[in-house]
Design a protein. Structure first.
Length: 253
């Protein structure tokens, strides 16, 4: 798990871009042409990742599921039997709370799932395992937050999964034996295609409920061509998702 983490951080931006800049500095005297190419790729890649317009373009390619119509919330129970909220990591040891907490992305998912549950009456399952074996699980953190922050009691907690594929497979182990085969899946819009694919492979009929769209034109200054720090993180998430979609179709066919 730890080895995979380091490889992932090294091979995906910004790690690979910083590595290119380091190579450029190392070979600046012995191989100036190679150094120039590495410098251009590293700096150019960082610049592209920092542009809101690039985030929008990239997100539109990934956000293929439309938003769930608000007038359909109350009738979701006619199309599904449960709501599944996918974990998104954790904020470690926040001193304000004295414990690990769901991420901002996770809270966005929880808020949306809570609204859907209250409107439809559907029960909720949270899914997400431990962080390097350290409790509590993501599913437990989300369940506590949904109860205390959004007034929704979670019925099931899947506490072993580490990936989207495992979210689906291990949720199936809980829900399918109870006859629950139709689920509303709540996750980020850019993460939804891989999530739908994984849950369908696990035997579910899926009603997508994407949230947190990044592909919308929110009229950033200068048309999105002014670099922003936030865009670097968003670009990294989108690139990681694009690689994940490709990898899943190769390894989980």
């Amino acid at each position: 798990m730890l080895f995979r983490y380091f490889i992932k951080q090294l091979l995906l931006p910004p790690g690979i871009l910083l590595l290119l800049l380091a190579v450029a500095w190392w070979f600046r005297r012995s191989r100036p042409r190679l150094a120039a190419v590495c410098f251009a790729l590293g700096l150019g890649g960082m610049w592209l990742m920092s542009l809101p317009v690039v985030v929008q373009w990239s997100a539109r390619a990934l956000e293929t599921e439309p938003p769930l119509a608000r007038d359909a919330w109350a009738t979701l129970a006619q199309r599904a039997d449960a709501i599944v909220v996918l974990g998104s990591g954790r904020e470690r040891g926040d001193p304000a709370w004295g414990s690990d907490q769901p991420t901002g992305v996770g809270l966005e998912r929880q808020r949306y799932a809570a609204r859907l549950s209250k409107a439809s009456g559907l029960p909720v399952l949270t899914t997400g395992g431990l962080h390097y074996g350290t409790p509590p699980s993501e599913a437990e953190m989300m369940a506590v937050s949904m109860r205390d922050d959004f007034g929704v009691n979670v019925r099931w907690k899947e506490e072993r999964s580490r990936t989207t594929w495992e979210n689906a497979q291990m949720s199936a182990e809980i829900l399918l034996p109870q006859g629950i085969k139709r689920v509303v899946v709540v996750t980020q819009a850019w993460h939804m295609p891989r999530s739908v694919w994984s849950f369908e492979k696990a035997g579910f009929t899926v009603v997508p409920a994407p949230v947190g769209f990044l592909g919308e034109n929110n009229t950033p200054p200068l048309g999105g061509w002014m670099p922003e720090f936030k865009s670097i993180w968003q670009s990294g998430q989108l690139l990681n998702e694009a690689v994940g979609q490709l990898g899943y179709r190769v390894f989980y066919r």
